[in-house]
Design a protein around this ligand. Structure first.
Ligand code: F6R
Length: 617
């Protein structure tokens, strides 16, 4: 998982490559690299560095290289640790060709063994080096063949999902782009072409983009693009206007995560206003890509996603089942492909993804689409692959989220799932217009509570709680009903930002075994619930924890005195609709883990070992 970019044209390539890599750093930042063809000698020149892009920028500044044909890469390590040798570009033995690659070559072991048998020597642990050597091998075998024939022979042998870009010393006016599964697109400029994993890389530099169809390769020269399928048939293609803008989000916050935590109320309101205006104009269902009747007859939903989006899906299930009164299944995208799947006519499958590029989610979507089942993408990125591949799409309107740790997108996903539940319920005649309006109001109040609670406690958290809790090594998170998946999200946030160990349990399940973990060294963070029956059960769990010397941190609602009395630390949240507790508590939960991570001096926006968009399965 990584980002790949390439340039060919009238200008030098470094300027574009580095700007594009900065924009695509959300896909990985373990290492980076750049290679170009020397404009006179056509020799391959390159620089690589371990760590963030700044290291590569410094290296090229110290020892400048450039050329009119260039490729670049930021890496999220899959095969081999983050070293300069394992960084991309990777080369053939004689460094006559260079490759940058995103994805995984699943049969790289077999190919490596075959090539070793032919005398090839490998220096890195990467599957990418196998691509480079295999291309060298086929080029050698098919010396007199067209390059398109060479590539057909090559892709026949490559298994997995991948996108790679390649430059060749022997063909100095050529950039090769190959795509199977992983996204790759080509920006069409004036006398220049840009290749990248995501069109955001060249937004603003050109006006049209070719989204390479799956299982195709492109031969890009300074004059034209030739597009072929994997059988070697030349394809005609059409290009689309680029309607995205790259916003350089300068801001006065100390990190993107903090900024995005503070943007939540506005993000929720923007998404809901957009949704509401579509509904009021009578265009909602058509603009989602479905006939209104489809929603009237809908009798089941399946929500799926990964990470934070999966957690949001689990909370969304409560919204839809409680409000629209139809059953909802939730699936983890990475598991969905291995589960029995039962398509049905009146079932809607909703893929939830901030980026719209998560490989697990995309592959699950593709599996469902292949069975002719109805799909809807819920995403924050209109130009994403998921939007192009689902039957319909619904945008979050949260604005760009740059921190690796999802915050505003989580609450925006919740808000949109809530209003989707209202609209389905209305369409099916389960609720009236007044009840729907009431639902919008409740959501607005929850968004207010998110912000007011954040403001109320932020200084106390900074001054008292984060220094205190940063001393602990392990935490247990618990919740019940909607606050259980919320606790899952909170535990994920703590792990991601602070690298502390966090285990999450449904509160009622502790007594079935995990109670052994309770002692004064492992704080338990309990997320309460407004519903009195659920609250009562949570009080019992809290008492059981205290009876075993546990240290209890409670996020409770106004008037929940019993919990407030037994907690070692109590945060009070205004009372809101019971279903919307997760939205009201989100800002406080996020800021709590944020300041613990800060106390531990973690690189909050770019935690180790992860990336914003995970493009490998
Ligand atoms: C957590 C986080 C990840 C993502 C997950 C899915 O803070 O950011 O767990 O939620 O990788 O990403 P999307 O929503 O882009 O599919």
């Amino acid at each position: 998982m990584s980002s790949v970019v390439g340039y060919i044209g009238k200008n030098y390539s470094w300027d574009f490559v580095i700007d594009a890599l900065v924009r695509l750093e959300y896909r990985g930042y373990d290492a980076a690299g750049f290679a170009c063809l020397d404009s006179k000698t056509h020799e391959i020149l390159y620089r690589k560095s371990v760590g963030h892009l700044d290291c590569l920028i410094d290296k090229v500044a110290d020892d400048v290289i450039d050329g009119n044909v260039g490729i670049g890469h930021t890496r999220w390590a899959t095969h081999g640790v983050s070293t300069e040798v394992n960084a991309h570009p990777q080369f053939d033995e004689a460094k006559r060709l260079a490759v940058v690659h995103n994805g995984i070559i699943e049969n790289h072991h077999i190919l490596r063994a075959q090539l070793r048998g032919e005398g090839h020597v490998f220096y890195s642990e990467t599957d990418t080096e196998v691509i480079a050597h295999y291309l060298e091998f086929v080029l050698e075998q098919k010396k007199h063949a067209q390059i398109s024939e060479v590539l057909v022979s090559m892709v026949e042998r490559l298994q997995g999902a991948y996108a790679f870009i390649c430059i060749l010393q022997q063909k100095p006016d050529l950039l090769i782009a190959v795509r199977k599964g992983s996204t790759l697109c080509i920006g069409i400029g004036d006398g220049e072409f840009f290749v990248a994993s995501d069109p955001i890389a060249f937004a603003g530099r050109c006006e049209h983009v070719l989204y390479m169809p799956d299982e195709t390769f492109a031969l890009v020269t300074r004059q034209e693009i030739e597009l072929y399928d994997f059988e070697g048939t030349r394809l005609t293609f059409s290009v689309e206007p680029i309607d995205i803008v790259w916003e350089d989000t300068g801001h006065e916050f100390e990190s993107h995560m903090l900024k995005e935590i503070y943007e939540q109320k506005q993000a929720i309101n923007a998404g809901v206003a957009f949704f509401k205006s579509l509904h009021q104009s009578g265009n909602l269902w058509n603009s989602l890509g479905f006939k209104p009747d489809f929603f009237k007859n809908l009798n089941q939903l399946m929500l799926f996603g990964s990470g934070t989006s999966w957690n949001a899906a689990q909370i969304g299930k409560f919204f839809i089942e409680s409000i629209a009164k139809i059953p909802v299944n939730v699936a983890l995208a990475s598991e969905l492909r291995h589960m029995p799947f039962f398509p049905g006519e009146n079932i809607l499958h909703v893929a939830i993804s901030q980026s719209g590029e998560t490989a697990d989610t995309l592959e699950a979507l593709r599996m469902i689409t292949a069975m002719n089942a109805s799909t809807l993408a819920l995403t924050n990125v209109p130009s994403s692959t998921i939007v192009r591949e689902a039957d319909g799409f619904l945008l979050l309107k949260a604005g760009p989220e740059r921190s690796v740790c999802a915050t505003k997108v989580f609450t925006s996903e919740l808000a949109i799932l809530y209003v989707l539940a209202l609209c389905i319920a209305f369409e099916k005649g389960v609720i009236t217009q007044e009840e729907m309006d009431e639902g919008y109001k409740k959501l607005f109040i929850a968004a207010q509570a998110l912000e007011s609670t954040l403001e109320r406690y932020k200084y106390e958290i900074m001054a008292t709680y984060s220094p205190r809790y940063a001393q602990y090594e392990k935490f247990i998170f618990i919740g019940r009903h909607v606050t259980y998946p919320f606790a899952l999200e909170a535990a994920l946030k703590l792990k991601e930002t602070s690298y502390l160990f966090a285990q999450c349990y449904p509160a009622g399940e502790l007594k079935h075994g995990a109670m052994t973990l309770i002692d004064e060294h492992v704080p338990v963070i309990l997320y309460s619930h407004v519903d009195p029956a659920i609250y009562k059960k949570l009080v019992s769990t809290a008492q059981e924890i205290k009876a075993r010397n546990g240290h209890l941190i409670v996020f409770g609602f106004k008037g929940q005195e019993e919990l407030a009395e037994i907690a070692d630390c109590f945060f009070e949240i205004p009372t809101i609709d019971p279903l919307l507790g997760p939205i009201a508590m989100a800002g406080l939960m996020q800021i709590f883990v944020y300041y613990i991570a800060k106390e531990l001096d973690r690189p909050i926006d770019k935690p180790r070992n992860v990336a914003k968009t995970v493009t490998v399965e």
